[in-house]
Ligand binder design. Sequence first.
Ligand code: AKB
Length: 318
Amino acid sequence: MKKILVAGAGGQIGSELTTYLRGIYGVSNVVAADLRHSQFLAESGPFVQLDVLDPRKYAFVVHKYGVDTIFNLVALLSATGEKNPSLAWSINMGALNNSLEIAREYECALFTPSSIGAFGGDFPRDNTPQDTIMQPNTMYGVCKVAGELLGNYYHTRYGVDTRSVRFPGIISSVTLPGGGTTDYAVEIFYSAVKGEQFTCPVPDNVYMDMMYMPDALRACVELMEADPAKLKHRNSFNIASMSFTPEGIYAEIRKHLPDFKMVYDVDPVKQAIAESWPNKLDDTCAREEWGWKPQWDLSSMTEDMLKAITKKLTKREW
Ligand code: AKB
């Protein structure tokens, strides 16, 4: 990776990935692009306001900056996708289709995240294998499965260097997620630090895979830098680091803040989505094919999140 474009750089993953990549590859080599202007991204390096659904402007930006690697992070997430499935399809698949075509034409490597949301149907919920039944019942999941297949298709048909991981719910202290089923695992920290009661929209006993942002960022770079000869899979690798229920994260936060209270007001849409997803992924293939190894677990992530959110909200050290 020499010249990188991060499309959707203003989102939860994009905002931190841009900074992370600029730290590794140099500020001027990482172009951030987003539909909306971002003061932070524009002040910290090259930034373009870009609607990736506009293929001409997208191609122009790739050509102008001599981009050789694209991170396409544009997507409507699972819960928002169920509110407007047709819009989710147009945005998620439109962004991917344009990214694939531009990657083919300009010979770029392409990373597009898949998700635990790609699973659904009668698959093993525990230690969900890399290759298994994938029959999601959300539009988000349908887009993710289609995206994985398209990524493989462009690789075998046109030789495009497509690579991807199935992200768990991503937990971070910088940019809030929006419209996802796993968002509660970020929002809970803000309530805890503010001393407010948290109302959880997901049932108490539902396990979902989660990952702390530093592991997620490292996964993106390590996969894109991996020796292609060792990759038996490409789109997309299961990656895992922690799996917990709302009760599990609540108990972990209460180790630090014993007075923190959580109640439930379960959202039936989020419940159905969460229950259709894996309890815990098996990430053996990622470990074997490109050396994936997580560094954060529930306990270390919780401690770090509480410190970071406290600093952010109160400007005080934990
Ligand atoms: C969501 O909840 O929709 C996302 C995801 C797991 O892909 N965070």
